[in-house]
Structure formats: structure tokens, C-alpha cells
Design a protein around this ligand. Structure first.
Ligand SMILES: [Zn+2]
Length: 50
């Protein structure tokens, strides 16, 4: 995939970019896919924001 190295999004706590390597779980909901990742900076489990 061409977007493999693109960040998942930003940490809502500290604003750091979260890359795919920190993705913990991804699942589909009625509204789309939900993702949870560990922030590499503050070590919180967050929902990356765009
Ligand atoms: Zn963070």
C-alpha cells in the first residue's frame, strides 16, 4: 500500500503524529473504521484524530 508510512492521525492529548506502527486495533463500525493506537509520545491509548 502506498499509504503504509502515512500517519494514522494525531494524538488528541499531545498532538504528536501517530504512525501505523503504533496501531493497536482497527475495527469497523456502522460509521466507518475505528482505530486505537498507542501514542509514541505520551504513551496513552488514543483514538487518532485527523
Ligand atoms: Zn500523545
Amino acid at each position: 500500500m502506498a499509504t503504509e508510512s502515512a500517519p494514522l492521525g494525531m494524538c488528541p492529548n499531545c498532538g504528536s503524529d501517530i504512525t501505523r506502527g503504533y496501531l493497536l486495533i482497527e475495527y469497523d463500525t456502522e460509521e466507518g473504521s475505528e482505530r486505537f493506537a498507542e501514542c509514541p509520545d505520551c504513551r496513552e491509548i488514543v483514538h487518532p484524530v485527523h
